[in-house]
Write a protein that binds this ligand. Structure first.
Ligand code: PLP
Length: 380
């Protein structure tokens, strides 16, 4: 007998929605170059399938977190250059140079090291200067005066080509005045750097999703959309209704039982039935990235046409829901957790988090099913 088992929980990813969302960004700024950000498994959607779909969308870079992610793109035969957004360890820099990956420089130490490694390899490396204009995470902390010695030193480094200058906004979705001041500071710094460089700067960039949605940054020419690529807008904006969420999260009812009034449901018995209650047990839990913080917050599960509230705490592999009002619910029924009735942003709001965290928490145990399925990705 062949062994057969139904998925208890899975994710469906619409790759065309991702391409569509990128197109929205492109149409808003047709002259800007694009770096769709695919770090952290493409925000939970799956690094390689998403990168493969974006590879021929006319993009300049794919934004990744680190060398390990860049290596995975290389091994998946993705042609677009990875842009490593985070700092790299000294022992990773040779690989960066050999592969021609784009990386950031935040310190003189890194700059000297890249120059020495590139000279030894007989290469000219194209790298980006990171400027810290308020984020406090990476980049040179500088005023326009500090730029002079930096660029003077660069002039003595024939094996480094500064192809871009970048920064990052810490409060684009929270503090408009601060962000506008930051953009102006970045503009002044990049202008004084580019005046002193032997060749014009090809890329100037600081806008992630919220920066793109909420601000004009006329001096910049490369956008780094992350969250909006996956169809979620971090700000209220005119683009919000145009975006298409790319991910749906599903599970299945595994069991339906009748509990009497006064019966606890789940660990700690935080929830106790107040009437005879039909309780559905559903095959997804915090091991899949469904946060325990969602307990008692009114999270809704859609089963067929019915909405059922979750009862009690999230357990490792299972949750429970009240289906008293949906008598036809049965074992095997599909349960929608993220979809039309409830977005990743809604779940974030319920648990006091942000949609970035909700998406990236979705665990590796959840198979990702792709539509359209071109690459024959894992279908478990
Ligand atoms: C993650 C990241 C982005 C994308 O951010 P979103 O808010 O998801 O659009 C852009 N730039 C840098 C430097 C990042 O680390």
């Amino acid at each position: 007998m062949p062994q057969r088992s139904s998925l208890r929980a899975w994710i469906e990813v619409d790759l065309e929605a991702i391409a569509h969302n990128l197109d929205i960004v492109h149409q808003a700024h047709p002259d800007a170059a694009l770096m769709p950000v695919v770090k952290a498994e493409a925000y939970g959607h799956g690094l390689c399938p998403v990168a493969r779909r974006l590879d021929d969308c006319g993009i300049d870079f794919l934004g990744v977190a680190n060398v390990g992610e860049a290596r995975r793109l290389l091994h998946a035969d993705i042609r677009t250059r990875p842009f490593i957004l985070g700092p790299s360890f000294a022992h990773e820099r040779e690989e960066i140079i050999q592969n021609g990956w784009a990386a950031t420089i935040s310190s003189m130490e890194e700059m000297e090291h890249y120059e020495a490694l590139s000279a030894a390899a007989g290469k000219i490396s194209s790298l980006h200067l990171a400027l810290d204009t308020g984020m406090g995470r990476e980049g040179f902390c500088c005023t326009s005066e500090d730029v002079e010695p930096l660029v003077d030193r660069l002039a003595q480094m024939p094996h480094i080509h500064i192809e871009g200058v970048m920064s990052h906004c810490p409060s684009a979705d929270e503090d408009v005045a601060f962000t506008q001041a930051q953009i102006a500071h970045f503009d002044a710094l990049t202008s004084s750097i580019s005046e002193r460089l032997p060749r014009p700067l090809r890329y100037r960039h600081l806008a992630a999703s919220a920066g793109f949605l909420g601000y004009e940054a006329p001096g910049t020419n490369l956008l780094r959309p992350g969250l909006i690529l996956y169809g979620i807008s971090p700000l209220a904006s005119v683009y919000e209704s145009l975006l298409r969420p790319a991910l749906r999260l599903y599970s299945r009812v595994t069991l339906v039982r009748e509990l009497p009034a006064g019966h606890g449901v789940s660990y700690g018995s935080d929830f106790v039935t107040t009437r005879p209650t039909r309780v559905a047990t559903i095959g997804i839990g915090y091991a899949d990235g469904l946060s325990r913080q969602l307990a008692g917050k009114g999270m809704q599960l859609r089963i067929g046409e019915h909405l059922a509230p979750m009862l009690g705490r999230v357990t490792m592999d299972q949750i429970m829901a009240d289906v008293t009002d949906s008598p036809d619910v049965a074992s095997g029924d599909v349960v929608e957790i993220i979809g039309d009735h409830q977005s990743a942003k809604d779940l974030a709001r319920l648990r006091g988090s942000i949609p970035w965290e909700v998406l990236t928490n979705l665990g590796p145990r959840l198979p990702r099913l792709y539509s359209p399925n071109k690459g024959g990705e894992s279908q478990d």
